[in-house]
Design a protein around this ligand. Structure first.
Ligand SMILES: Cc1cc2nc3c(=O)[nH]c(=O)nc-3n(C[C@H](O)[C@H](O)[C@H](O)COP(=O)(O)O)c2cc1C
Length: 265
């Protein structure tokens, strides 16, 4: 405690502090600050988070989320975008590394380009699979073969739609967020998964729809050219792609899922 000041100064010579913020969260005197950090928020409800949302409302909200594949063309309002990015930024990360980077694509041209690169790759995969069909005669008729599985069929389906002028990858979304993990951070896959969930629900709370696009994510991992074209910084490995926009479809039923697969010891 510095004389005359109501502030505690910490020294961390061994760099053990991960800036998790628990000291801020528990200090009743509001005496702890980090240099250059934003202000913490204070709200009596933080003390009893179970009172912020009724459990039933939360479950309904979670189950009401759907992947949206039809969007209106209009832009995502800047305020909503900030809300979503904030929700993602406040998600927990391994060792509190906070090593996620968000590439927000709002250029229609770039989004179309991104989709077209996935489609070009699909075309290449189709050629390879057709060649395989010749090399392994009747292989495609075998159950579970790569030529008969759902992934191959969705690839063909996407190619058909693209040929008809549709965007079967990013669904003509007006905004796409690529979430990447800095290579210095570990556990970025988990970090990104949590941040994406935060983003999906924050979008839903703003009346917006999202779809995670694994195909676009996988395409980004194939080489640096597309990553560079989309201005994803060096040292950042893409961990997820989220299409975002005003939904053209609404649902009134939350579908079932498989029963819980679990074991208890
Ligand atoms: C990791 C991940 C990758 C996904 N990739 C795609 C994709 O490439 N294209 C797509 O249309 N949907 C994609 N989805 C959406 C799933 O198909 C969808 O979540 C699932 O069918 C359940 O539907 P729901 O999200 O409406 O509940 C993906 C979802 C996840 C979690």
């Amino acid at each position: 405690m510095k004389p005359g000041k109501k502030v505690v100064e910490f020294e961390d010579p061994y760099s053990r502090c991960i800036l998790c913020g628990h000291c801020i969260a528990v200090c009743p005197e509001d005496a702890v600050r980090y240099e250059d950090a934003e202000k913490p928020i204070r709200d009596p409800l933080i003390h009893t988070p179970e009172k912020i949302l009724h459990a039933r409302d939360l479950m309904l909200f979670l189950r009401a989320r759907r992947s949206i594949r039809r969007f209106y063309g209009r832009h995502v309002p800047e305020k909503s975008l900030k809300f979503i990015l904030d929700a993602m930024r406040y998600s927990p990360t391994g060792s509190n590394k906070q090593g996620l980077h968000f590439t927000v694509i709002v250029s229609r041209e770039k989004i179309e380009y991104f989709s077209s690169k996935v489609i070009s790759f699909f075309k290449l995969v189709r050629v390879v699979l057709i060649l395989l069909r010749f090399l392994i005669p009747f292989g495609h008729k075998r159950k579970g073969s790569v030529l008969s599985n759902g992934l191959y069929r969705s690839l063909l389906n996407a190619l058909e739609k693209a040929a008809a002028g549709k965007d079967p990858i990013l669904y003509h979304a007006p905004c796409v967020i690529v979430l990447s993990g800095r290579t210095y951070a570990h556990q970025t896959q988990v970090d990104a998964g949590i941040a994406l969930a935060h983003g999906m629900f924050a979008a839903q709370a703003q009346g917006l729809g999202t779809c995670l696009v694994g195909f676009a994510h996988e395409r980004l991992l194939l080489g640096p050219f597309l990553r560079r074209a989309l201005k994803i910084p060096r040292g950042c490995r893409p961990q997820g792609v989220m299409a975002l926009g005003v939904p053209k479809v609404r649902y009134t039923v939350a579908p079932p899922r498989k029963p819980l697969s679990s074991n208890r010891i």
